[in-house]
Design a protein around this ligand. Sequence first.
Ligand code: ZN
Length: 168
Amino acid sequence: MKNQYPKQFDFIAINRKLDITYTKTDLKHVKLLPTPSQLAVLGNIDDWETVRKKLIQYLKQTAMLHFEPWLFSLSKQINLPIKSLRVRYMTSRWGSCDREGNICLNTELLFLPAPLAQHIMLHEICHTKYMSHGPRFWGLLAKVDPNCVRNKRWLRVLEIEAHKKSVA
Ligand SMILES: [Zn+2]
């Protein structure tokens, strides 16, 4: 989480923007009340660590809800089966894929333009066929993502600007 007490989540990838409000109440814990355009954080909001945990939990739920059908439909379209999706809040990588086809995606994909989120998903799905980043891997990715070169460059620019993450 880049800022403490973020005022907004702009989920560009899924075209959804939420204003976040914080209200201190007598609750001992922290509670999140999401509506279509707002996320209300209630309770012991002075406890940033707990608020942060709740916000990350919310990012994971939202990412899972939207990325799971997206990823599986891509996998079907390009005929490269995958096994499972896990969503994590990570600081160093956009995603990963193991030999069994278990894919892990960063919640930060929510904040990327949709073509880039999709580019990362396709990248990870292609690892089910080739684990390493060799010429055959890039050939396959270019075939399933016709804007591969443009997307790679675009992602690189965003990584340099903000995140310093990389595609693994
Ligand atoms: Zn990779």
